[in-house]
Design a protein around this ligand. Structure first.
Ligand code: FES
Length: 166
């Protein structure tokens, strides 16, 4: 069963929209079902001059758990520094939602991977160096996305079309 919080976020998702001219985009897929998510970030600065996630939004073709975790991760990441945002795990997102059914835990990867990819996109476009750990996670996610593309090519194409016309 889904928690009340999951139902709340599924019924009234936060920050669900396409962002115009984002600083970073993460596009990720789930190899178990072919569902795809786009996560967008805009980067600003806090009073100390640290880079923070100033704005964040998403579009997800996915199940109840994928929608609720997408909504929750954007609430958690908004206002955080880039370094803090990288640390947000799918377990933390699930905990904030008062848990997910074990069979649905894989769906929460979309949200955390989407955030990592958006941050990687931002850092690699703006800096010569990307932290080694982030680079490794990006490579794993990219490999996973290739598997999604191979397994669910047509489905992903359909999602792409719906996404670009949204
Ligand atoms: S079943 Fe696809 S993301 Fe949950």
């Amino acid at each position: 069963m889904y928690s009340e919080k999951v139902k709340e976020h599924f019924n009234n998702p936060h920050n669900q929209r396409k962002m115009e001219n984002p600083d970073g985009i993460g596009k990720v897929g789930n190899a178990l079902c072919g569902d795809v998510m786009w996560l967008y970030i805009r980067v600003g600065e806090n009073e100390d001059g640290d880079e923070i996630i100033e704005d964040i939004s998403w579009e997800t073709f996915g199940c109840t758990a994928a929608i609720a975790t997408s909504s929750m991760i954007t609430d958690l990441a908004r206002g955080k520094t880039i370094e803090e945002a990288i640390e947000i795990s799918n377990e933390e997102v699930a905990e904030e939602l008062d848990g997910l059914p074990p069979v649905k835990m894989h769906c929460s990867n979309l949200a955390s991977d989407g955030l990592i990819e958006a941050i990687y996109d931002y850092l690699s476009s703006n800096y010569d160096e990307v932290p080694e750990e982030l680079k490794k996670r990006h490579q794993q996610i990219e490999k996973h996305m290739e598997e999604v593309q191979e397994e669910y090519g047509e489905y992903v194409e359909m999602e792409e079309e719906m996404h670009s016309s949204s």
